[in-house]
Design a protein around this ligand. Structure first.
Ligand code: ADP
Ligand code: MG
Length: 254
């Protein structure tokens, strides 16, 4: 089956004053894949994401989302994408159900708050305030809110940064679930194990440039084909495997 492009970025440039954060990058995202922007801090990942999300102005280049030109109709793009809001958008006096109802109202979308919370294992927290949630629960809620307007694509900026191994794995499962329901996922991360686990394809971004783009498997194969060998003998498990084996996969926060 031919893969259909849902995002097309061409020669994208972003300058802040006399500093160029994004230096003419081009890439495509295919429908229903998990696409990763990987790179160290300051690489330009969030800038790129926020331009596609219509939250930042680009300096040059073109962006098409589901056939819609960002320059011509950003409002139409907003309607088909799901964006993680800044946590400052979570009014402190509202509980999770009320927040979802509020966002549903803003999007003019009927929404079943309890069903959404259930999907993200937050049913017990329906009456809780956002600030009372654990780190993992906050991230789960934040991802849940991206789905309120039934978007075709969601954007997740470093969704697992700061979470413990159990909460990270739980979030990976939820992200796979979102994708299995037909949504395209664009994610940024600087965790390579996360990218290897989640991404169908990824772009490695460094200092505002894409220096490699392919599936994690293909990128690894290319490195190995070039004669690369790990210095240390590869063991059959990692320290993280030891940790998960000893402490279990159960979430600790709930
Ligand atoms: P990443 O998400 O990969 O860590 P960012 O896109 O946030 O990278 O930032 C890329 C570069 O642009 C960094 O050097 C950052 O300091 C700079 N930058 C980001 N936002 C601004 C801004 N509003 N004004 C000036 N420089 C910025
Ligand atoms: Mg960032």
């Amino acid at each position: 089956m031919e893969k259909r492009r849902i995002i097309e970025v061409r020669d994208l440039v972003k300058t802040y004053g006399d500093f160029t954060a994004v230096k003419g990058i081009s890439f495509d995202v295919y429908e229903n894949e998990v696409f990763g922007l990987l790179g160290p801090n300051g690489a330009g990942k969030s800038t790129t994401l926020e331009i596609i999300e219509t939250l930042r102005q680009k300096t040059a280049g073109s962006v098409m989302v589901a056939g819609i030109d960002l320059d011509k109709d950003p409002e139409a793009i907003k309607q088909i994408i799901g964006v993680q809001l800044q946590t400052s958008g979570y009014y402190p006096n509202l509980n999770l159900v009320e927040l979802i109802e509020l966002f549903g109202g803003l999007y003019n979308q009927p929404v079943d708050p309890m069903a959404l919370l259930r999907e993200f294992n937050l049913e017990d927290k329906a009456k809780a305030k956002f600030k009372a949630l654990s780190g993992g629960q906050k991230q789960r809620f934040s991802i849940a809110t991206t789905l309120i307007n039934r978007p075709r694509i969601i954007f997740l900026d470093e969704p697992t940064t700061g979470l413990d191994p159990q909460a990270r794995r739980n979030l990976w499962t939820l992200i796979q679930q979102v994708r299995a329901n037909g949504t395209t996922v664009v994610i940024t991360t600087h965790y390579m194990d996360e990218a290897e686990f989640l991404c169908d394809r990824c772009a490695i971004v460094d200092s505002g440039r894409i220096i490699a783009i392919d599936s994690p498997d293909a990128l690894i194969d290319q490195l190995v084909a070039g004669g690369f060998e790990r210095k240390k003998e590869v063991k059959k498990a990692s320290l993280e495997d030891v940790f998960i084996h000893l402490t279990g996969k159960d979430l600790r926060e709930d």
